[in-house]
Design a protein around this ligand. Structure first.
Ligand code: EPU
Length: 420
């Protein structure tokens, strides 16, 4: 199993480019199930979750290649309509095959994802919406079976803002009969990327990126091509890496507006962040010390839950006390115990953590990654700690960051991948 060893203390300097967004690539890859033929995507990140998605799609008779960030998928009629537990439990986004399969073939059998390190993460809102559109839903032996003759458009009002729920239903509604209106839809930029692809395929979606999305169903979609948007969460992670080491870095190739909430907080605590020309990234310069601030996670455009663990690492070495509130997932503080192993002073309650910053720094120790963003926060804390930090179980990191250690090396970090 791979691990990462970080030797902290080196301020990062230089420029780094962000890769394509995992959370945009996955729904777009699943959307190929809606239209037969050759789909082509550029800026696809080379990630474990992407290869897991391509493996799942192969089970639905979609052959694919992924070379130099270009993926070509040939979608043919499947003879199997089942997403097996082994794949779904490893990657919850697998549930994104449900909407397209039911809409196009009138049947899908998808394993329930089960629990997750960061929370229960049910899919009831996806299922309620499909039921409202005329599907019959049966849950048996750990699988959801959805059936229908033809989905019909409906008004779906989500009780909670759900990202993959909005994506699943937007895909299903594209091939439904009549108009679907999604209320309280998620507004994440990854949803806009998906809607743009669906529209290029011939769908009629209006309002993606707002809380009300209207989809006029069409009879057929055709394959097309699109570029995956840059990964705003990776951009934020790299920015915090520069900051936590007191460095000066350019993080390039993304629109800073997409992490406005993070940039505002970083300004507030004392970092200087300026947009690069054409808004194609930012320049960060640091002070020796920064102060603490409070953060509450929220759906886009609020402070992303996917950046909470990384920002907590930054607050662990700030001057003052920070209160971090997690409102999206009920168990997203798994990194706290590991950060404490590095000497961080954090008191976690269920959804609130009080971080008493230690500007004098943390001390390296062996730690264990528990989920994707927790792994990233441990890498960041390791960059700021004195001595060596060994991060075990970094397969979590490989699910969602493309060669993070190589990007950090290019900025001067002492970080190596090892095998034990
Ligand atoms: N929820 C329900 N019922 C549902 C769906 C969601 O109660 O049917 C709840 C969830 O339990 C959670 C909240 O609603 O408390 C929001 O969950 P959401 O559905 O928005 O999360 P998701 O779609 O499963 C995506 C990202 C996550 C990211 C969240 C929130 C993908 C593939 N995953 O998950 O990304 O944290 O939105 O922004 O897009 C990550 O990349 O590390 C990651 C976990």
């Amino acid at each position: 199993m791979d691990h990462i060893i970080v030797e902290g203390g080196a301020p990062l300097h230089g420029s780094v480019e962000v890769s394509g967004a995992k959370n945009a690539a996955l729904p777009i890859l699943f959307s190929t199930l809606l239209a037969p033929g050759n789909h082509r995507f550029t800026n696809v990140p080379h990630l474990k979750d992407v290869s897991s998605t391509l493996a799942l799609l192969k089970g639905f008779n979609t052959e694919s290649t992924l070379e130099n960030h270009t993926a070509v998928l040939e979608c043919k009629e499947p003879s199997n309509f089942e997403a097996h537990y082994d794949l779904v439990r490893k990657m919850r986004a697998s549930v994104l095959c449900l909407g397209p399969l039911v809409a196009r073939y009138g049947f899908a059998r998808v394993s329930l994802p089960g629990g997750c390190a960061i929370g229960a993460r049910p899919i009831n809102l996806h299922l309620d919406a499909l039921e409202k559109m005329g599907a019959t839903i049966k849950i048996e032996q750990g699988y959801v079976e959805a059936k229908c003759k033809k989905l019909t458009g409906s008004v779906i009002s989500f009780d909670t803002v759900t990202v993959t729920g909005t994506e699943n239903i937007m895909m299903a509604a594209s091939l439904a009969q009549g108009t679907t209106v999604l209320e309280n839809a998620a507004k994440e930029p990854e949803i806009v990327n998906l809607a743009n692809y669906l529209n290029t395929m011939g769908a009629k979606i209006k309002g993606a990126g707002n809380s009300i999305v209207t989809i006029d169903g069409v009879n057929n979609l055709r394959p097309a091509q699109i570029s995956i948007i840059p990964d705003r969460i990776e951009a934020g992670t790299l920015l915090i890496a520069g900051a936590i080491t007191g460095g000066e870095v350019n993080v390039k190739g993304f629109d800073p507006v997409l992490i406005k909430a993070l940039i505002q907080k970083m300004h507030e605590v004392g970092f200087q962040i300026k947009p690069l020309t054409n808004n194609s990234g930012v320049h960060l310069s640091s002070l020796k010390e920064w102060v603490s601030t409070d953060v509450t996670t929220a759906p886009f455009p609020g402070f992303a839950t996917d950046l909470q663990a990384q920002f907590m690492a930054l607050m662990c070495v700030a001057r003052g006390t920070s209160i971090i509130s997690e409102t999206i997932f009920e168990n997203r503080f798994m990194h706290v115990q590991e950060l404490q192993r590095l000497g961080a002073d954090i008191s976690p309650k269920t959804r609130i953590a009080v971080v008493r910053g230690k500007p004098q720094g943390l001390t390296g120790a062996p730690v264990m990654a528990t989920d994707l963003r927790a792994s990233a926060s441990l890498v960041l804390a390791g960059l700021a700690a004195k001595g060596k930090t060994k991060i075990n179980r970094i397969y979590h990191l490989d699910r969602g960051y493309e060669e993070l250690e190589i990007k950090l090396q290019s900025l001067g970090a002492k970080i190596l991948r090892g095998h034990s």
